[in-house]
Ligand binder design. Structure first.
Ligand code: ZN
Length: 282
């Protein structure tokens, strides 16, 4: 199953066709994405015999974030050893967890206004919670997830690192700083859920690439560790960390500039694209 949202409504997606599940189910399933994810088992069984006659064409620009209003957004720092090294840290012995406040979540194709400071890229695979739960054992972790999507953990480095005090979560939560999509893909549709290749580029130049098999804490391990503290709720997002190649650890440093477009791809999931704009002075 592949799903996303159009105009805030939950849709199943096949190629460039989308099926509005609230309409197609005659109202037996709701329209709001978190409400559908609360009915995850019902959605899966309904989808097996869903009638696609009412499906419609959808463009990447029409897709919104697969979960527009998650209740919790977890994000993991330093989850790839080479990135921890470039950032000047030892690989952590447990995940370093912060949040991106949910108002930063935006769709797969977006314009993002650059705030004051230095805005950097962080391509990340994002796990999307389905059934969720509390105290989920690692071997049951994938059963608690709806699937996998792609995101960028956009980060303003001045506030994040040299603010007094440094503001990790705030600096990663400006409007548009959490693009996700284009769709969520269930693990059974992925070639290998623990080894997905991803890459990002600007104007055709690759700036980051990696594979999820290189994570220090794998997706199932993250679910177990996070749910040992917080109850994971349907629709919650887990940004799983970025590999090496971020702009502020380059020599010279490089940050996102007005009118640049950042393109990111994840095997089996698709592509997201953000174009950056200068703030208009008032
Ligand atoms: Zn990150």
């Amino acid at each position: 199953v592949r799903f996303g949202s159009v105009a805030g409504r939950f849709v199943l997606v096949r190629g460039n066709r989308a099926l509005d599940v609230a309409h197609a189910s005659g109202g037996s399933l709701p329209a709001e994405p978190v409400a559908v994810l609360e009915r995850w088992a019902d959605l899966l069984s309904w989808s097996e015999s869903a009638d696609w006659a009412g499906a419609f064409d959808v463009t990447p620009e029409q897709l919104g974030p697969p979960v527009p209003s998650p209740r919790q957004v977890f994000a993991i720092a330093l989850n790839y050893a080479p990135h921890a090294a470039e950032a000047g840290f030892e690989p952590p012995v447990q995940p370093l967890v912060f949040t991106k406040f949910p108002s930063c979540i935006t769709g797969p194709v977006a314009e993002v206004t650059l705030p004051e400071g230095n805005v950097d890229w962080e391509i990340e695979v994002v796990a999307v919670v389905g059934r969720g739960g509390y105290g989920i054992p690692r071997e049951k972790a994938w059963d608690a997830l709806a699937g996998i999507t792609l995101g960028q953990d956009l980060s303003e480095r001045v506030l994040q690192l040299t603010g007094k005090p440094p503001q990790f979560s705030l600096a990663k939560s400006h409007p548009g700083f959490g693009p996700i999509g284009p769709v969520v893909v269930t693990a059974d549709e992925l070639a290998d859920r623990d080894d997905l290749a991803f890459e990002s580029s600007i104007a055709g130049e690759t700036i980051q690439h990696g594979r999820t098999s290189q994570m220090i804490f794998a997706v199932d391990d993250l679910v177990a560790r996070l749910s040992a503290v917080c109850r994971l709720l349907p629709g919650d997002l887990i940004f799983t960390g970025t590999p090496e190649g971020v702009g502020n650890r380059r020599t010279p440093q490089r940050f996102l500039q007005p009118d640049e477009t950042l393109v990111s791809r994840l095997d089996g999931v698709g592509e997201i694209r953000q174009t950056f704009r200068q703030a208009i002075a008032d």
